[in-house]
Design a protein around this ligand. Structure first.
Ligand code: HQG
Length: 199
């Protein structure tokens, strides 16, 4: 969320990311196989767990959430996180043809390991990739001194790597061999936008 958002809405967005991506059990909810939960149930259980959420704040977070982290069902009764899960859910994503280049932003301290063993999803279900260098740079800044890697997607597809695109434009993949990664020169990666972070 942008830094200009009221602090309580930033905290609420982080809390929703926590329960919808990682720890639904903290407020006693269960997500269905695709990660959805009924909004009425979510709000009731959050309140019962001592974390009351005002409906107006909830609606504001959904309206303002800059990266479209959350998706509402068509009937607007249910919500899920669009990506970023650590818990096992089936996002029902269909592989799509990637653009010629995709980017991954990371911190310089991870570079040696990544260039040795490739990109791995770590605690999440997928490795997250960005369509542009600026976004990747910002993602990397969340972890420290950023560095951006460019991915040769044509070679990856030729090797059988599948690419998925979440509705919010984030690209997802199970992993990426080191041989398909190139470090983007720092001058090309520099940008002014502020990093944002949500676990
Ligand atoms: C690194 C944000 C060592 C990887 C963003 C990253 C994103 C390795 C870190 C979303 C490695 C994992 C995800 C290897 C990967 N050895 N380190 N082999 N392979 N890594 O937070 O991509 O605000 O799980 O480079 O916008 O930083 O949450 O992933 O640095 O879309 O909505 O291990 O989170 O969105 O970190 O970020 P993360 P990420 P939200």
């Amino acid at each position: 969320m942008p830094e200009t958002l009221p602090k309580h809405l930033v905290s609420l967005s982080k809390f929703l990311s926590l329960v919808l991506r990682h720890e639904p059990g903290t407020i006693g909810i269960t997500l269905d196989a695709q990660g959805w939960v009924d909004i009425t149930e979510l709000l009731a259980k959050a309140a019962a767990a001592g974390k009351p959420i005002a409906r107006s704040d909830f609606d504001s977070v959904l309206a303002l959430n800059d990266k479209r982290r959350f998706t509402l069902s068509e009937d607007r009764m249910r919500i899920r996180a669009e990506q970023g899960h650590s818990i096992e859910i089936e996002l029902a994503l269909t592989p799509v043809a990637p653009p010629p280049s995709l980017y991954h932003g990371t911190a310089t301290r991870f570079l040696d390991a990544i260039l040795r063993e490739g990109l791995k999803p770590q605690s999440r279900r997928h490795v997250h990739l960005s369509a542009d260098i600026t976004t990747a740079h910002n993602v990397g800044s969340r972890h420290g001194k950023p560095v951006v890697l460019s991915i040769d997607t044509a070679a990856a597809v030729a090797q059988g790597v599948l690419f998925f695109r979440a509705d919010n434009g984030v690209w997802l993949t199970a992993g990426m061999p080191a041989a398909l990664l190139t470090v983007v020169a720092e001058d090309d990666a520099r940008c002014s936008a502020a990093p944002t972070s949500e676990r």
